[in-house]
Ligand binder design. Structure first.
Ligand code: G1P
Length: 289
């Protein structure tokens, strides 16, 4: 099994980040030096992905523009000898082969992924959610692809979350296969009290087989009246093997203000250009209390 294609749903409204998201896609918000979405694309590329479909909606064409060349600006930067800035502007367009499609109707994550059918064809493919930035030694998607290849299975990225947090995510029923890898045999989106199978929640990364598209096409709306990807995967795991990988790495949910701030601070602290300043600033503030 070779996984060369990835799908990134980026059609959410960004309601937790209003008002800026009424005119700026949340995926393009500046986070410690680059847009949120670029971190996700770099993880995909570092995991061996070559072709990337980004699923957008009305008002998000700035995303297509970002992954394009910008000859006017590049010319100016070249003439003024700004090599670093020139590379920053030019290089994102060359990270992968980019494709774009619009979801057109806000009918949920499963519906958005269903739009990828023509792009995916008959190959296994990855899904990376546009809000979730992962920091890991081995890219999280690569960890999933390795397990998917080993077991000839689809794969879910999972981690244990608290009982309280489960109701914001999904819960997977797991049977151990090896350290950190489980067979997934059932799952539920946004479990209510007493409905969870385990504390393992799906967190933003998937490797799926194309038989998921037939399931999505016949799926009824689930939680929140939306076509849920988790509901499609619940059926997929009954038809074909599926593993859940308790991945090594840290997840930042940049779709909410606190998660965004956490990622900004963490990445800025590690950056040699901003880290020393941030450390001194935080020390000074702590001293003022
Ligand atoms: C989505 C998925 C959910 C998953 C979560 C975190 O939910 O539907 O299964 O646990 O992302 O990756 P959302 O955050 O869109 O409500």
């Amino acid at each position: 099994m070779k996984v060369k294609k990835a799908v990134i749903p980026a059609a959410g409204w960004g309601t937790r980040m209003l008002p800026v998201t009424k005119s700026v896609p949340k995926e393009l918000l500046y986070l410690a030096g680059k847009p949120v979405l670029q971190y996700i694309i770099e993880e995909a590329v570092a995991s061996g992905i070559e072709d990337i479909l980004i699923i957008t909606n009305r008002g998000k064409s700035a995303i297509d523009d970002y992954f394009d060349y910008h000859p006017d600006l590049e010319g100016k930067l070249a003439n003024s000898g700004k090599a670093k800035e020139l590379a920053q502007v030019h290089n994102p367009a060359d990270l992968a082969n980019f494709y774009f499609i619009r979801q057109k109707e806000a009918k949920g994550l499963g519906h958005a992924v269903g739009k990828a059918r023509g792009f995916v064809g008959n190959e296994p493919f990855a899904v990376l959610l546009g809000d979730d930035i992962m920091q890991a030694e081995t890219p999280v998607l690569r960890q999933l692809i390795d397990a998917a290849e080993r077991y000839e299975a689809s794969a879910l990225g999972v981690q244990k979350v608290s009982d309280q947090a489960l109701s914001r995510y999904s819960s997977v029923k797991v049977e151990p296969l090896e350290e950190k890898v489980f067979r997934a045999t059932d799952m539920i989106e946004k479990p209510g009290p007493g409905q969870a199978f385990s504390n393992y929640a799906i967190l933003g990364r998937y490797v799926l087989t194309p038989d998921v598209f037939d399931i999505i096409e016949n799926l009824k709306p689930g939680y929140g009246g939306e076509i849920q990807l988790t509901d499609a995967l619940q059926q997929l795991c009954l038809r074909s093997p599926m593993v859940a990988v308790d991945f090594e790495g840290r997840r930042y949910d940049t779709g909410n203000p606190i998660g965004f701030l956490e990622a900004t601070l963490e990445f800025s602290a590690r950056d040699p250009e901003t880290g020393p300043w941030l450390e001194a600033y935080l020390k000074e503030r702590a001293g003022q209390k």
